[in-house]
Design a protein around this ligand. Structure first.
Ligand code: 3PG
Length: 398
């Protein structure tokens, strides 16, 4: 069911679960992509005259209020983007929340304080989550699920509350699912996946699943060093997950069996320490000095990666190729982003998934319109690509 199926919403109080888990520097939002992505659903509801109550989390507070995780910066930014004030309740389901919701007029919006300030939100105990879901449901008349980044979490505001109210799927979740399905259901080929980010262990499921589906798998980021180590290279002080080496050896063998091309860098940018101004040197992958760490893929690798991406008809990119936050180690990530843009111009459908690569695209100055889809999901888009059932989506279908 979509928002239109909820009927006449004038005067109705609608709870919207959004994912406003944005990166903060103090109280400054450094990437507001998730807030902007939430606007279409909120604007559609407001235009229908609904009284919109948004519930969201920020960070991982331990079930009690913590000032640094307040949604105050989000309320302010959301108000700027919507062009109307966004009232922020001081609590989630207490007196302040009740009064804030009661004060809403048609076409107005309020935000409840961080839902993870209540330990019941993330409880494994269904009864505990249910008690919170009951309280949330009692504040409103209907529920819209639009926090794609959290649909992989079985949590009170994502899952349990949907069982208690007339519910609908929001536009962001719809768009995410439609776009990501282009990679999971019969992708146009060649289908190329570029993985990066720091850890192999975060991507185990997705790698296993993709080995049966993708035509090429390109490995960059911190995780590439575990792949290099599995091939017998010494990686100096680079990130290395010793306990994943056997898994990686298994992946390399499976890829060979299934005819999936695994593309690893041929050179890397190394430095003696993890610092923006550390002296950077390019070395071949078989000559990483013992006292240096790899912080980006090298220029020959960037060219190699680009050549494997530009002719793709489906590309999924998850995880930066290097430490793009430091200019000296940003070239690999920039080259991957540019190759996706070029693949898009050649008629390929490109998907950028995962918070870090989406942030990289924006901070490196690319135009979001040059990509087929920039996912707001981190873990959620990975689990979707793994083919897992996501509780926050399954509950809407029930
Ligand atoms: C995310 O940032 O990926 C989502 O907001 C989910 O956050 P979580 O991993 O803390 O559940």
């Amino acid at each position: 069911k979509t928002i239109d199926d909820l009927g006449d919403l004038r005067g109705k109080r609608v709870l919207v679960r959004s994912d406003f888990n944005v990166p903060l520097d103090g109280t400054t939002i450094t990437d507001d992509g998730r807030i902007r992505a939430a606007l279409p659903t909120l604007q559609a509801l407001l235009a229908k005259g609904a009284r919109v109550v948004v519930v969201a989390h920020l960070g991982r507070p331990k079930g009690a209020p913590e000032a640094k995780y307040s949604l105050a910066p989000v309320a302010a930014r959301l108000g700027e983007l919507l062009g109307q004030p966004v009232a922020l309740a001081d609590d989630l389901v207490g007196d302040s929340a009740k009064a804030t919701v009661a004060a809403l007029e048609d076409g107005q919006v309020a935000l409840l304080e961080n839902v993870r300030f209540d330990a019941r939100e993330t409880s494994k105990d269904e009864a505990e989550r249910g008690a919170l879901a009951d309280e949330l449901a009692s504040l409103v008349d209907a529920y819209v699920s639009d926090g794609f980044g959290v649909v992989h979490r079985k949590q009170a505001s994502v899952y349990d509350v949907a069982q208690r109210l007339p519910h609908a799927v929001g536009q962001l979740v719809l768009k995410e699912v439609e776009s990501l399905r282009k990679a999971t259901d019969d992708p146009a080929r060649p289908y190329v996946v570029v993985l990066g980010g720091s850890k192999v262990s975060d991507k185990l499921g997705v790698i296993e699943n993709l080995l049966g589906k993708a035509d090429r798998l390109l490995i960059g980021g911190g995780m590439l060093f575990t792949f290099l180590a599995a091939q017998g290279y010494s990686v100096g002080k680079s990130l290395l997950e010793q306990d994943q080496i056997d898994n990686v050896k298994g992946y390399l063998a499976t890829a060979k069996e299934k005819g999936v091309e695994i593309v690893l860098p041929v050179d890397v940018v190394v430095a003696p320490e993890f610092k923006a101004d550390a002296p950077a040197t390019v070395v071949p992958v078989d000559a990483i000095p013992d006292d240096q760490m790899g912080l980006d893929i090298g220029p020959r690798s960037a060219e190699l990666f680009a050549s494997k991406i530009v002719d793709a008809k489906t590309v999924v990119w998850n995880g930066p190729a290097g430490v793009f936050e430091f200019e000296a180690f940003a070239a690999g990530t920039r080259a991957v982003a540019q190759a996706l843009v070029d693949a898009g111009r050649n008629g390929g459908f490109t998907i950028v998934g995962g918070g870090d690569s989406a942030a990289a695209v924006r901070t490196l100055g690319f135009d979001e319109a040059d990509f087929g889809h920039i996912s707001t999901g981190g873990g959620a888009s990975l689990e979707f690509l793994e083919g897992k059932t996501l509780p926050g989506i399954a509950v809407l279908e029930g």
